[in-house]
Design a binder for this molecule. Structure first.
Ligand code: OSB
Ligand code: MG
Length: 369
């Protein structure tokens, strides 16, 4: 693969409504896109880092610096036989996995177009539809939350995930379960709890949730395994899983029974496939998480979710839940059965609206070898 040019872009796009988690509120997304040109084709990648170092130490500004000064020049200078070679090109840079993923995923996006196959197929996908859930942020009150859930259930979503934190938890779960005794329910604390909260968390078994996502520290396995031993409900790890080795450690320590797999968090499609595979070998189910992506990241999440061990509904949902206008065409739609069709056309299967991308761009830089 001979690359002609690599561009970084920053876009600013307001969310249709603020998204509130235990670590903060997001109103306007700063989206970092990577654009790789080769042989008249364009591969696109999206960096899922946030505006602030709250979910992880990376932000879109740290990612921009790493891409500009380290990763993109290394890629431009390398011989790329296959997208799977990208991790070895970036190996000398420690961490910065979200920055690496943006670039690597753009190469996969490009390779799928060059080979004239759907991205999902190039990744090893086997599903023609993916199952979808929603992640519902912390709301101003329980009645507002119940209304929000009502709307998502009516739209067909198969699983409701409630963002929680101390003070927005037990009472909220009780109200939701009371109203809907049968729905598939989960919660995500984004590591807001500590050992003093354990007795409270153990009580959540009564709500019969599918899983409890990342209740404790973002870098922990040991205390999650202590908690898992005391609970019927499955623990799901998100933040703690940075790579295949972490997944294996978590599985062997029984720190979780389910893994939320995010491409950006593990450094790109290659490592995501490796995590998927090791979990599958050990009988641990995975699902695809979301990071408030624009259509480009969303299309990549759809392709990844088509792999066989993505057997639980993911946080990949319709464009309209986040964006007035998405930067892809068509936008991502969810059927009344709560499913998204995996595209069968070559590449990511969604056109990038380059005119709109250009209009939303607030910063752009070309990187050379
Ligand atoms: O922990 O899964 C998370 C959004 C931003 C950062 C972290 C998380 C989330 C979500 C939203 O839960 C998922 C989505 O994009 O719908
Ligand atoms: Mg999470």
């Amino acid at each position: 693969m001979k690359l002609d040019a690599i561009f970084l872009r920053e876009l600013r796009i307001p969310l249709v409504k603020p998204f509130i988690t235990s670590f903060g509120s997001t109103t306007d997304r700063r989206i970092l896109l990577v654009e790789i040109k080769s042989e008249g084709l364009t591969g696109w990648g999206e960096c899922v880092a946030g505006e602030h170092p709250y979910f992880s130490y990376e932000t879109i500004d740290t990612a921009w610096l790493m891409l500009q000064h380290e990763l993109a020049p290394a890629l431009a200078a390398a011989e790329i036989a296959h997208s799977g070679k990208c991790p070895s090109i970036f190996k000398h840079v420690r961490g910065h996995r979200m920055a690496k993923a943006a670039l690597e995923n753009a190469v996969w996006d490009l390779e799928a177009q060059m080979r004239n196959v759907p991205l999902a197929q190039l990744l090893g996908g086997t599903r023609d539809v993916i199952n979808c859930g929603v992640s519902i942020g912390i709301q101003p009150s329980i009645p507002v939350l119940l209304e929000e859930i009502e709307k998502e259930l009516a739209a067909g979503y198969q699983r409701i995930k409630l963002k929680c934190r101390p003070g927005w938890d037990t009472e909220v779960f009780a109200a939701v379960r009371n109203r809907w005794p049968e729905i598939t329910l989960s919660c995500d604390a984004n590591s807001a709890y500590r050992m003093r909260d354990i007795e409270c968390i153990v009580e959540w078994d009564q709500f019969d949730m599918l899983m409890i996502e990342q209740p404790l520290w973002a870098d922990d396995f040991y205390f999650h395994s202590m908690l898992q031993k005391r609970m019927e409900t499955a623990i799901c790890l998100d933040e703690s899983i940075r790579n295949r080795r972490d997944a294996l450690a978590a599985i062997e320590m029984e720190s979780c029974r389910i893994i939320n797999l995010k491409c950006g968090r593990v450094g790109g499609f290659s490592e995501a496939i490796a995590v998927h595979n090791v979990a599958q070998e050990r009988g641990i189910r995975v699902w695809c998480g979301g990071m408030l992506e624009s259509g480009i990241g969303r299309s990549h999440n759809i392709a990844l979710s088509s792999l066989p061990n993505f057997s639980l509904p993911g946080d990949v949902s319709a464009s309209m839940r986040y964006w007035q206008e998405d930067i892809i065409d068509p936008v991502v739609k969810v059927s009344s059965a709560g499913q998204i069709q995996v595209p069968e056309t070559p590449g990511r299967g969604f056109e990038v609206r380059t005119d709109l991308v250009e209009r939303l761009t607030v910063r752009k830089e070309e990187i050379r070898a």
